[in-house]
Ligand binder design. Structure first.
Ligand SMILES: [Zn+2]
Length: 451
């Protein structure tokens, strides 16, 4: 059984190296929401077989999982890339596995030769394997590793700092994920990639190394704009004393923060993953050629700032609420918070936010659903659920344990959702009517057309 699993792993690893371009080099099995240490270990071991790659265990996490580095090349310019300091930020780790597959592919040997005497690349994938296991931002001690650069109370933080102090990178790539709701500029597209050259002091001064980090980012930004126009944002540079990026910037390392974000209909962030691996290769190529130095700091400043909460999952615009206390018109925003979508905001929303899904409800009115009483077992399919919604049922009461749901739409117990007017921070399960007829149902972030 183990033998069989190993053979299957080797087979999938080999197929991933068939592609020739960085765009098309995809390490298989990583297109999923969560990436754990066990997912990357085969790729690390596979890469280590290459004569130019040195895999080293650099320590263990609080719970005893391995932290590793992979060293490629032995040139004088030192480049360090590290990912997943926050355990639930998976995208760059997948992209680093793609990049390792690209680096070690036989057909790219000439490319590797072109830089390995000029650059030493040190990759530390998944700095927080315990957080990855739990899919939490923090490590197993509940500490945010990226606020531990000064006190160094975590093993993982100590390891990252020790490696950086020994390796002394000229360039540091700090690889993270951001939430799905940032816009690239106010009312811009989703921020699929966001960047920052972190400040090294409260005054946010620009010295030589920080200025060069800005130039480097401006150089990389051109590729992002070509691949996903309008989806590039920039973080504001308020100084974060305890963070690694800011601390490395203080040390004179040209530090480049890349945050992966969402793109429409891309739940596992495969678009951001692709842009990341393209940027990693471009970084190596342009450090080799020195080409990045021609980019201008002004181009960095021209990247639009990330706009927080510019996007929501579902935006119902201008719906009329009829109430005994008077009728009123509002927008309703629903966001998916973990597993349970809730009404994030009520009021004027559409003037400053956009919805991944949105509806002009100016001719519709809000209608709280009725409760469907379960007195015998019921299997919900899309078609019979839709029929119930049409009849005005949006929640269930009685023995909800007898309900089988194969519709893929969420199911709500009436006691958790029933309000006659939309209720802030409550789960969303209601109807939208025109002339007393149910036209749409909202179940969580799902907008269901009942026509
Ligand atoms: Zn992060």
């Amino acid at each position: 059984m183990r033998q069989h699993a190993l053979a299957a792993t080797l087979l999938t690893l080999s197929t991933s190296t068939l592609a020739n371009t960085i765009e098309d080099t995809v390490a298989s099995g990583l297109n999923k929401p969560a990436i754990y240490y066990a997912d990357i270990e085969p790729y690390l071991k596979s890469a280590a077989k290459h004569p130019s790659v040195t895999l080293k265990q650099i320590g263990t996490s609080f719970q005893g999982q391995a932290l590793n580095s992979l060293k490629i090349g032995n040139g004088p310019i030192k480049v360090m890339m590290w990912s997943q300091m926050h355990g639930d930020e998976n995208t760059a780790t997948a992209a680093l596995m793609d990049f390792l597959s690209f680096i070690t592919a036989d057909e790219n040997a000439k490319w590797l030769t072109s830089w390995q005497q000029k650059i030493t690349l040190l990759i530390i994938p998944m700095v927080n394997p315990d957080g990855a296991a739990m899919q939490t931002r923090h490590n197993a001690q509940g500490i945010d590793l990226n606020r531990d650069a000064k006190a160094l109370r975590t093993k993982e933080g100590q390891i990252l700092m020790a490696v950086a102090n020994e390796f002394k990178p000229d360039f540091g790539f700090n690889l993270h994920d951001q939430n799905a709701y940032y816009g690239a500029g106010k009312m811009g597209k989703q921020a699929t990639i966001s960047v920052l050259a972190p400040a090294y002091n409260e005054a946010r001064e620009v010295n030589k190394s920080r200025g060069e980090a800005m130039q480097f980012i401006a150089h990389l930004a051109k590729s992002v704009e070509t691949m996903i126009p309008g989806h590039l944002g920039k973080y504001n540079d308020s100084y974060s004393y305890r963070s690694f990026g800011d601390t490395f910037s203080e040390k004179g390392i040209r530090t480049i923060l890349i945050e992966s974000g969402a793109y429409p209909n891309d739940p596992n962030r495969q678009i951001a993953r692709k842009v990341n691996r393209v940027l990693y290769k471009k970084a190596i190529d342009s450090i080799t050629s020195g080409e990045w130095i021609t980019a201008k700091i002004t181009q960095y400043h021209a990247i639009p700032f990330n706009a927080k909460d510019n996007w929501v999952d579902l935006l119902i615009d201008d719906v009329t609420v009829k109430s005994e206390l008077g009728n009123y018109q509002i927008d309703i925003a629903v966001n998916n918070k973990g597993q349970s979508p809730i009404i994030k905001e009520l009021g004027d929303i559409s003037s400053i936010r956009q919805g991944y899904t949105s509806l002009d409800a100016s001719s519709l009115s809000f209608k709280a659903g009725k409760g469907f009483v379960l007195n015998k077992s019921l299997t919900l399919t899309k078609s019979n659920y839709k029929e119930l919604l049409k009849q005005g049922y949006s929640c269930f009461s009685g023995d909800i344990g007898t309900l089988e749901n194969s519709s893929k739409w969420p199911v709500y117990a009436c006691k958790s959702v029933f309000t006659s007017i939309p209720s802030l921070h409550a789960p969303a399960a209601f109807l939208l009517q025109a002339n007393g007829i149910n036209k749409y149902a909202v179940l969580g972030t799902e907008l269901i057309n009942l026509e």
